[in-house]
Design a protein around this ligand. Sequence first.
Ligand SMILES: [Zn+2]
Length: 294
Amino acid sequence: MKKHIILLTFLSFCFGKVRVVTSTTDLADIVKTIGGDQVTVTSIARGNQDPHYVEVLPSYMFKVRKADLYFMVGMELDLWAQQIIDGSRNRKIKVIDCSVDINKMEVPTGQVDASMGDIHKFGNPHYWLDPENGKLIAQLIADKLANAAPKSSDLFQQNLDAFNMQIDRAILDWDKRFRKLQGKKLIYYHNSWPYFSDRFGLVAVEFLEPKPGITPSPSKLNQIIQLIETDTIQVVASESYFSERAPKFIASKTGVKTIKLAQSVGALNGADSYINLFETNLKILSEAFGIEYD
Ligand SMILES: [Zn+2]
């Protein structure tokens, strides 16, 4: 085992950089921030793709074959990642589940059953949408990169400190600039947003999906239309990858505002980094609610 680690360290030293693959663009962006020029990183899922459903392709296995580390979201969001890793036949790769240190939301207390749908069975896996969780992810990434490349551990620590400071400042700044979003009620397409909503004081009233991963039915849409009218909901927000059909149908009946939010880095213009993911979404939401911000 020890020999193994020494060999791995030696190999990554030989090639200079730690080769990292991540399931999502959010994890890739944090790896890039912490690893700097000592890592190469590539994400399997694109930012504008539904992270629950990624087709397992041989080209992905090929990418993983040469990697040192694989960071996954976990909580069964990226079950597909295991197939890619197994298919890569890379026996030396270290697979890291980034959800280990997260304070998980919506974890079922009783028995897991079909009423929770198929894809959020073990709690809500969209935890990267709280910037405080971004710090926990970054800490884990810094630790694992340091194990893989001990010579660069000072650099990783410096980058981690800078990242944490940037997030702390941004949270203070967002709390001030976007405070008028607090208490605003909205309807989301998919339940990607409990961590985000909690952080920024938004209230999720309903979801277009009857259960996570289930396409909205006509009866569900009618129910939503009534809810919007009785509860005066102003905004329906969708993840970038959904068809606009259902939201537009609801808008045509109620006049509600429909928007797309970036669920991951790269999902929308402007959301080109982990920090900008939040900045972009908060601006889109403020504009939808007719709120001014500086
Ligand atoms: Zn989900």
